[in-house]
Ligand binder design. Sequence first.
Ligand code: CU
Length: 186
Amino acid sequence: MRRALLLTLVALLAGGLALLGSGTALAHNVLISSDPKDGQSLEAGPAEITLVFDQPVQGGDKFNTITVKGPEDSRWEDGGEPVIRNNSVVFKVRPLGPAAEYQVGYRILSADGHPVSGNLKFTTTKAGPGTPNAATETAESSARSSEEDGGVPIWVWIVGAVVLLGGGVFFALRGGSGGPGESARR
Ligand SMILES: [Cu+2]
């Protein structure tokens, strides 16, 4: 009887976890197409990059961002806010420069409120007249400094304090019965 109850509980727990897992997977926006397509070869650089998802994209200041990286980490995104039309989001791109492979990295706000990120790439076959944007030199350093500013979440400090406190109590207790060094040597 007890065993049956335990098995039922385990089954319920497993079912709940499975539901939780599939629920979050279903809720996230999934990229279903893009223009340019991933891996596409173009003669001239695209004026904009369109990403189409299976669900609406949420708007908001800096919620939806993109980076377009060319040779030697040059940056070509326009930097302005994208235009959102239901399930699609359109980012403007500067006129491109050298004929090369360009890496697109995006981060959009899912319909369920979670950020979704991904990347794609395209290649241009003819050089354009454009010049990279100002983020080209500072992008790496600014990304690094923002990580340093808010990089360590508060729970890390709390866990650290608890571990230190626990360690202190442990050694205080051991110290009372002869100390860790002495007992180890005997
Ligand atoms: Cu989600």
